[in-house]
Design a protein around this ligand. Structure first.
Ligand code: FPP
Length: 246
C-alpha cells in the first residue's frame, strides 16, 4: 500500500508499548502516572495510524506475564483500561475504527469484560482501521489455543493429521483473517518480542527504539514508517530474484 509521497505504508503495525514505568520513575512519579501518560500516547498513535492509512494496528496492552506484577499495579492498570475504554470508545467509533480484543479475556473482572464486549459490538460494522488490543495475551497461549481447535477437528474426523497446514493454524489464531504485521515497533530500549504475536511475526520487519512509550509521538511513528519504507522484504528469496521481479 502506498500513501501520498509514494511511501509504502505498512498494512499492519504491531506495537509493544514499553517504558511507562521508567518514564514515571525518571520524573519521580508513581508508575501509574506513567501508565496514564501511556494511554495518552496510545490515543495519539491510534489517530496517527488512521491518518497514515494503516489498515490494522495491534497494541500489546497486557501480557499473560503481566499478572505477576504487584497486585496494586495490576488492579490500577485494569481500572485504567476500563476508564480509557469507556471514555474513548465513542471517539474511536466516530473515526470508523473497528475495535477487537485478543487474549484470555475471561481472566479479567466482569466490568472490563463487559466494556470489551460493548466496544466490540458498537464498532463491529466499522470499515476503517482495525484496532486489536491484546489483553492477557501471550503468543504461546495463542498457538496452543489454535492447536486445540485443530486437534478437535482431527478427533471428530473432520480432517486428517496430514491436512494440518499453515493456513489451518493461521485461521485458528486470534488474528485470523487479518494480514500478518508488516512492521513491529517496540519502544523502551529492549530488543525482544516478549511472547507477543509469535506465529504472526515470522516475516515482520522489527523496529526497536530507546524512546519510552509516553515520549513516543507522531514524529517517532513517522521515523518508524520511513525506516520500514526502505526495508527490502525478501520472504526467503534472494535480492537478485526480487530485482528481476520489479
Ligand atoms: C509498559 O510499561 C506498559 C504496560 C505494561 C501496559 C500498559 C500500557 C498502557 C497503559 C498504554 C496504553 C494502553 C491501552 C489501553 C491501549 P512498563 O510498565 O513495562 O514500563 P517499564 O518497562 O519502564 O517498567
Amino acid at each position: 500500500m502506498r500513501a501520498s509521497g509514494d511511501t509504502p505504508i505498512p498494512r499492519h503495525v504491531a506495537v509493544i508499548m514499553d517504558g511507562n514505568g521508567r518514564w514515571a520513575r525518571a520524573k519521580l512519579l508513581p508508575r501509574q502516572a506513567g501508565h496514564r501518560a501511556g494511554v495518552k500516547t496510545a490515543k495519539i498513535i491510534i489517530k496517527a495510524c488512521v491518518q497514515h492509512g494503516v489498515g490494522v494496528l495491534t497494541l500489546f496492552a497486557f501480557s499473560s506475564e503481566n499478572w505477576q506484577r504487584p497486585k496494586t499495579e495490576v488492579g490500577n492498570l485494569i481500572e485504567l483500561f476500563v476508564h480509557s475504554l469507556e471514555n474513548e470508545i465513542a471517539e474511536l467509533h466516530k473515526n470508523n475504527v473497528l475495535v477487537r480484543f485478543i487474549g484470555e479475556r475471561a481472566a479479567f473482572a466482569n466490568r472490563l469484560q463487559i466494556a470489551m464486549q460493548q466496544a466490540e459490538k458498537l464498532t463491529e460494522s466499522n470499515q476503517g482501521m482495525v484496532l486489536n488490543i491484546a489483553v492477557s495475551y501471550g503468543g504461546r497461549w495463542d498457538i496452543i489455543q489454535a492447536v486445540r481447535k485443530v486437534s478437535a477437528l482431527v478427533v471428530s474426523g473432520d480432517i486428517q493429521p496430514d491436512e494440518i497446514n499453515e493456513d489451518r493454524i493461521s485461521q485458528s489464531l486470534s488474528l485470523s483473517g487479518l494480514p500478518d504485521p508488516d512492521l513491529f515497533i517496540r519502544t523502551g530500549g529492549e530488543q525482544r518480542i516478549s511472547n507477543f504475536l509469535l506465529w504472526n511475526l515470522a516475516y515482520t520487519e522489527l523496529y526497536f527504539t530507546n524512546t519510552l512509550w509516553p515520549d513516543f509521538n507522531t514524529e517517532c511513528l513517522k521515523s518508524a514508517i520511513d525506516w520500514y519504507a526502505v526495508r527490502q522484504r525478501r520472504f526467503g528469496r534472494t535480492s537478485e530474484q526480487l530485482s528481476q521481479e520489479n
